[in-house]
Design a protein. Structure first.
Length: 193
């Protein structure tokens, strides 16, 4: 059996691999990885990160954002969101964004993984799952990055606040807001948080 076939036998479609994981099955991992990439058995996502793609009748299927982020971080303590999630709040925001935001404890910066763009933000605290009150706070936190009319969005946030669970909103403001965001909510809520 050729050495590259030994490495290939350990690969599973739909899985992502770090170079360090594949070293145990090969003595010349870089050469064999180059062969597998040129044969389209593997796709190089980033330096040291490879995907064994699933095939469909339409071509190669991209890796899920969760798998990409989990493998890239070597950790599952993160929150994956998108500015598009703010649309779920019902503000009628019209812009669509082609990147996702990853709140985590390890990385900061903008990275392309598997043809998808991710903005990694190191935060000391973030929830395990996004909830409406958290999204409302994050909308105000990130308003300067959005292509929406700032004054119109803030007016809609004020109108939306009575529909939210006030206890969860106050907790989200305390735990996840920037200083300017906290001031906005304190003023909008009419008392100190």
């Amino acid at each position: 059996m050729r050495k590259v076939e030994n490495l290939k036998s350990h690969l599973r479609p739909g899985h992502l691999y770090r170079r360090s994981e594949l070293e145990k099955w090969s003595r010349s991992v870089d050469r064999e990885l180059a062969e597998l990439v040129s044969a389209e058995v593997l796709v190089k996502i980033r330096h040291g990160l490879y995907e064994c793609p699933k095939h469909s009748r339409f071509g190669l299927l991209p890796a899920s954002p969760d798998k990409l982020v989990k493998t890239f971080l070597k950790d599952d303590d993160y929150l994956l969101t998108s500015p598009n999630d703010y649309n779920a709040l019902g503000f009628g925001t019209t812009q669509l964004y082609n990147y996702q935001v990853v709140y985590n404890h390890k990385r900061h910066g903008r990275f392309e993984l598997g043809g998808q763009i991710f903005e990694f933000h190191m935060k000391s605290r973030f929830p395990k799952k996004a909830f409406p009150e958290f999204l409302l706070v994050e909308l105000v936190n990130n308003l300067d990055r959005l292509a929406e009319d700032r004054k119109a969005i803030l007016a809609q946030v004020r109108a939306k606040m009575p529909e939210m669970c006030s206890k969860r909103l106050r907790t989200a403001v305390k735990r996840f807001s920037k200083v300017a965001t906290r001031k906005f909510f304190e003023e909008a809520l009419g008392n100190a948080l």
